[in-house]
Write a protein that binds this ligand. Structure first.
Ligand code: PEP
Ligand code: MG
Length: 851
């Protein structure tokens, strides 16, 4: 046991912590101690020890003594806002110091003017059984005099909290660690959502990953952390509302992850094509053909139209910092207002991207860096450009192509602001000739949104990536796009006719007249084929031998329902109702649900609506349900297990679903079934509610086959339901014991694995024996290699994302079920998914050939 004397680090007036105008200190949230209202500007070490934190802003310092006691000195209140102005660190973090060594020098005048208060708390982090035994009374104190005494201290004491650090915030922080389930990591959009949420709290929130820390209010800093899929992220918060801040930021992340999952589901339709074409090398081909990487597939012929980016000149030096700072603020405000106007007029994709740009505009670390440079005598334009370029350099240093692609967004924001400083605005519409094939080294998001879509045929870029915002925008605009063509793109003569085969990753730069003619013919026949495919999708679907195959659509909301109707879906095979339940503070009431379901039913038209009961819990937690933390949520309380454990929620959903008119249009689908008893429990409730609502008949019930247990006992399950729907996404993950979101296992999590196919075959046979319809609503239904196998196994309904309906119908119309059956039986004997795919590849061209 020992004691420890803590000396006054400053000369001034000694006071109780109660007098510190900050609840964090006054409430002893960081620990007990005293405060000094300083009259001197040098902080000395109050004891010997190691400097464990001394941030670049040098407004605070903490020392760990040999006994394991952490002492924090926080110079003034809210001085972090001064960002180092007026402070000079005299020792580096990690240094060993003796009591009395000088640690920080600060300018009393600057700090007094810029801070909320000069009152400087000196506190010790809580240690079990250790307290202040003697403390100095209120009154004058000279640096080096004893301030308080701690003890007795047991051997090897250590703080019960994390080490005290500078922002005071991060140290006593409430903290939480999450694994990031975003497919592309913490990129611009989730970072923007997170930063936005963090700004709504008083607490200082920081994010920590890969041994680095970032201010959660700064999108740039968050992105520079380089957090990728499956990385651990620790969120820390400190301040009066720290717990709420943590909960809010975690909720924002979960929101982003949910949106990401939902987007991933529709990826086949919405994401720029990748796969084999995307992997193509960008090597220079001979004979007038340049190779590129497919960002958005398609085929076009048109006039090469080059756009060059204008270099905006900036002045480096300025003698009038105040004027430059005001100019920068004016330009930022003008750009913000302008972007907000543009965002309000565009589609959802464009709006999200502009929102990310708005975040960059208000980013504290960008602004801090720019204002710092202005204060050092630089012009506003020079300062803004330098600040942006610094952030770009940080992003480009990351080992993550997607993050590097965000540099384009920053360049875009840079250009907006530099033009605004010059009193100009970026043009809203960039003029183009008819059938323009746009050529550029690179393109910024605002440049692509300014293009005249009516005249734009395709885009070819020397640089660029397939996951950039430009690629996402091009996909949303349905403009074929090649990227990564290289510097040769500059050799193409402006105004010449070129052919873009974006499916094959080729740009023909010197086609002859005959080739141009042929290409024009091909463009026209593709256009007509698309129209015909969509028109043909309006009629019911039969295989070549006349077997009726229903092609339904998977929906999440009313917009999907409209798209389903437009694309010729013959019903909804899966309405993921959980989107109505997640990401909110209270459960949706019966009437709210009824309005949503009825709206979707109406938008679908006169076709069936299979409404899946809430598949919540597990990886889709609900804030209003106190679901316990689970080590392995995929194997925990999810799907029908959660629904049955919270009967009030299930009852409200069932009542809403049963009230949809006309009666009979809605069929109910039960998720994550593992045994017949679960179905019987739901059936009991449905029957009871049907009586309560005096319904004219019995509502059809279906079971999802997405666990091996359900697949293997499908015959028993068939006794309880009117139909089966195979959820291949979960069935694959549970059969192969591979997380469906695992990036490293993504290639192997293949529903065409013979084990999964054998389970589907068993369920399909059980359905056929019981005379019950068997559908597939998992992602495999849209996989063209899987379609003949599924039909061969006896599946008679496929439900896919709305945009995939026309092509799926066309494929089915070219298949004969008997031939599919033969193929399917051979696939069941295969050893691996690749063998199955090879078998299909070999056979598929002959399926449906005249016999
Ligand atoms: C499935 O598991 O295949 C399925 C359709 O359900 P979800 O993807 O919503 O889990
Ligand atoms: Mg599922």
């Amino acid at each position: 046991m020992s004691t420890l004397k803590i000396m006054a680090p400053l000369t001034g007036w000694c006071a109780s912590l109660d007098e510190v105008p900050d609840q964090v200190f006054a409430g002893r949230m960081l620990g007990d101690g005293l405060a000094i209202d300083p009259t001197s500007g040098v902080v000395i070490a109050p004891c010997a020890g190691e400097i464990i934190t001394l941030p670049a802003s040098a407004h605070a310092v903490s020392i760990r003594t040999a006994q394991g006691i952490d002492v924090l000195i926080h110079i003034g209140i809210d001085t972090v806002e001064l960002r180092g102005r007026g402070f000079e660190p005299l020792v580096p973090p990690g240094a060993m110091v003796r009591a009395g060594d000088e640690l920080i020098r600060f300018d009393l005048d600057i700090v007094a003017r810029g801070a909320k208060s000069l009152m400087t708390p000196i506190v010790i982090a809580p240690v079990d059984g250790v307290s202040i035994s003697q403390r100095r009374a209120q009154g004058p104190v000279t640096a080096g005099e004893v301030l308080f005494e701690i003890g007795p201290i047991p051997e090897h004491a250590s703080s019960v909290s994390p080490p005290l650090t500078a922002g005071a915030a991060a140290e006593m922080a409430v903290s939480r660690t999450l694994t990031i389930a975003l497919r592309h990591g913490l990129h611009a959009r989730p970072a923007a959502m997170l930063a936005n949420r963090a700004k709504t709290f008083a607490a200082q929130v920081s994010l920590n990953a890969h041994g680095r820390s970032a201010n959660a209010r700064s999108v740039v800093a968050i992105m520079a952390l380089g957090v990728r899929h499956d990385d651990a992220l620790t969120i820390q918060a400190i301040g009066p509302d720290a717990p709420q801040a943590i909960a809010g930021v975690v909720a924002a992340l979960e929101e982003a992850m949910t949106m990401d999952t939902a987007a991933g589901d529709g990826a086949a339709a919405a994401r720029p094509p990748g796969g084999a074409a995307a992997a193509r090398s960008a090597a220079q081909a001979d004979s007038g053909v340049l190779n590129g990487i497919t960002a958005v597939g398609g085929f076009e012929v048109g006039r090469a139209t080059r756009i060059e980016r204008r270099n905006i000149e900036v002045v480096e030096h300025s003698a009038d910092s105040a004027h430059e700072a005001a100019e920068l603020e004016r330009a930022l405000t003008n750009v913000r207002l302008r972007l907000q106007r543009v965002a309000a007029t565009g589609g959802a994709t464009r709006r999200e991207i502009i929102e990310a740009h708005l975040e960059f505009l208000g980013d504290p670390s960008l602004q801090e860096a720019a204002h710092g440079l202005i204060a050092a005598g630089k012009g506003a334009g020079f300062a803004w450009r330098s600040a942006v370029r610094q952030s770009i350099a940080a992003l480009e240093a990351l080992d993550d192509a997607r993050m590097r692609e965000r540099a384009d967004d920053l360049l875009d924001v840079e250009a907006h602001v530099l033009l605004a400083l010059a009193g100009e605005a970026r043009p809203m519409i960039m003029p183009l000739p008819e059938h323009a094939i746009l050529l550029a080294d690179d393109l910024l998001p605002s440049e692509i949104t300014a293009l005249d879509r009516q005249r734009l045929a395709a885009i070819c870029l020397g640089a660029g990536g397939t996951t950039s915002h430009v690629a996402i925008l091009a996909a949303a605009m349905e403009v074929p796009m090649l990227v990564g063509i290289g510097a040769d793109i500059r050799e193409i003569t402006d105004g010449s006719i070129v052919i873009v085969d974006a499916d094959a990753g080729r740009l023909h730069i010197k086609p002859n007249a005959e080739e141009i003619e042929q290409a024009r013919g091909a463009v026209e026949s593709r256009r007509l084929a698309r129209i015909a495919q969509r028109a043909a999708a309006r009629t019911e679907c039969r295989a070549l031998d006349g077997t009726r195959i229903e092609v339904f659509a998977n929906l999440g909301n009313i917009a999907d329902a409209a798209a389903a109707a437009l694309n010729g879906a013959e019903g909804c095979g899966l309405l993921r109702t959980e989107f109505l339940f997640i990401d909110r503070e209270t459960a949706p009431g019966e009437d709210e649900q009824l309005a949503a379901y009825q709206g979707i039913a109406n938008a679908l038209g006169d076709v069936p609506l299979i409404l899946r009961l809430m598949d919540v819990g597990g990886d889709k937690p609900l804030r209003y349900l106190a679901l316990p933390h689970e080590e392995n949520p995929a194997l925990g309380m999810r799907g029908v297990r959660t629904a049955l454990a919270h009967p009030h929620l299930l009852r409200a959903q069932l009542r809403a679903a049963l009230r949809v008119v006309p009666f009979g249009k809605v069929r109910l689908l039960i998720p994550m079934v593992t045994e017949p008893a679960e179905i019987r429990a739901v059936r009991g409730m449905v029957d009871e509610l049907s009586r309560e609502l005096s319904l004219p008949g019995r509502v059809e019930l279906g079971a999802m086959i997405e666990t091996p247990a359900a697949a293997l006992t499908a015959a028993l399950i068939c006794r309880e339901v009117e139909f089966l729907s195979i959820g291949s996404n979960d069935l694959t993950q549970y059969t192969l014991a591979m997380d469906r979101g695992h990036s490293q296992l993504a290639r192997r999590t293949d529903a065409l694995h013979p084990a999964v196919l054998n389970l589907i075959a068993g369920a399909a046979d059980a359905g056929a024996a019981a005379g019950k319809l068997v559908a597939v609503c998992g992602g495999v239904a849209a996989d063209s290699q899987a379609v003949p196998i599924l039909l061969g196994l006896g599946v008679r309904e496929l439900s896919v994302v709305p945009a995939a309906v026309p092509a799926l119908k066309q494929q089915i119309r070219g298949l004969r079920i008997l031939e599919c059956r033969e193929l399917a039986l051979r696939c069941l004997e295969a050893a691996t998914a690749s063998e199955v795919r090879a078998l299909v590849e070999k056979t598929i061209a002959n399926l449906g050939e005249p016999t």
